[in-house]
Design a binder for this molecule. Sequence first.
Ligand code: SF4
Length: 495
Amino acid sequence: MSNLDLLVPPRREDRHPATCLAYGGTLCGSGRKGKKKCALMADADRGFTQGTICPLLPAMGMMLSLPDTAVLMHSAVGCGSMAHGTNGNVRSGHAARRGRPADGLWFSTALDEVDVISGGDAKLERAIREIDAAYSPQAIFVVAGCLPAIIGDDIDAVTARVRPEVNARLLPVHCEGFKSRFMATAYDVVYHALGRNLVPEPDLAGPREEKTINIMNVSSMGRVDEQELERLAGELGLKANIFPVFSRPESFRKAAVAALSVSTCPTHDDYFLSHLEEKYGVPFVIRHMPVGIANTGMWLRDVGERLGLGAEAAALAEKEEKETREALAEFLPHFKGKRAFLSAGEYRSLATASLLRELGFEIVGIRSFHYDEYAEVELDKLRREKGDFTWSVANVQPFEEANLLKRIKPDLFIGHWHGNNNAGRLGIPTHVIYNTAYGYVGYRGAYDLARRLFRKLRNPAFTGRIGRHARLPYRESWYGREPFSFIRSGTGETA
Ligand code: SF4
């Protein structure tokens, strides 16, 4: 039985038992103990934790992007708050793909104290009917946050009851934040809902399309990055079906009949790609993230080899790599020996570190949001090169990061837009590791990032001034302590 036959998808930590959230040490230190160390880390935790990331954050980013679709949060009203931050990407994403911006459509049943006592099923039923009548969306994601799971509301039973009376397809989504501490669970729960409800059955999907490949994007690539991968696929005579963000029904059909599915980030895609292979016979490649010159070449060669285009892919990678290295030559002297610290999701942080090394930076620290076995491919690439560095696994925990940055004093910090404030307040030049308006992916992404970093480092006055006037909220005594001193294994040892 497939996971997608279940009403509720399994948690990420149950599918990947080596997944962990707490490690502090060096890259080579993690490698020396290898798998044994990671098994130990799986039960590691912090004696003090400053926060976590609810899976609803990335899940909302995916769901809100789909056109003609509404998201109904069945939860306390605050659970939808991240939709305000995500909507900018939704608007610009529609504008880039369809020529005009469009807001994400979301609602909340806003469960309150009375609902906690008497149940929220009736409220949910009413909300589904009202949204269907007033907005006529093609599909409604019915999303359970923590509250319904605690009080026993059953979103599957409610949607089954209302389904015959509404025109919209109803997609239950189980995204209760307290059930999984791993943000990556978000991708599984949304893929679960899409796979169960919107991808057509094999006999209805049509004939196999031998020249179409699915390129997976769960919202970590903007349109400019998608275009770069479409360009590379086109050079091999292939058509890219970018899936699932901003997808229309035709894209869902193509997903089921493509010749190959290609992941752009193993953290995101394994759940759904296994399903496409098992149910629809679409094989998949899930190994490299096309961020970085060598990484893009490996990604491209993998695609070519799986489709009998190995020689063509190798020749294309060689040509593109040569041109990119020539174009980058003017920047490299400015980056030589500059010390960089990165912070982001597991794969993004590690692949971008490889790219920065190609540009001549010295990597002095990486903070990855989590670890699972897929990371070993990227970790091995970094371990093979000379130069060890601090590696932290932490879902947020800015107190650890502030301590590390004070000690390491990098020349550059690359992290998410909401995670650059520690570095900025310390006067360290910062850049976003992901922004849908910018290029990061493929050969063009390598060049675009280098050009932006050149400008940033040529004039770091902005963060320099912030650093002279801003303060971090921690006491001096914290900076005197070892940054990972709160990490413990399940047996109480320092991990
Ligand atoms: S952790 Fe629970 S209550 Fe908090 S935002 Fe996520 S779903 Fe809502």
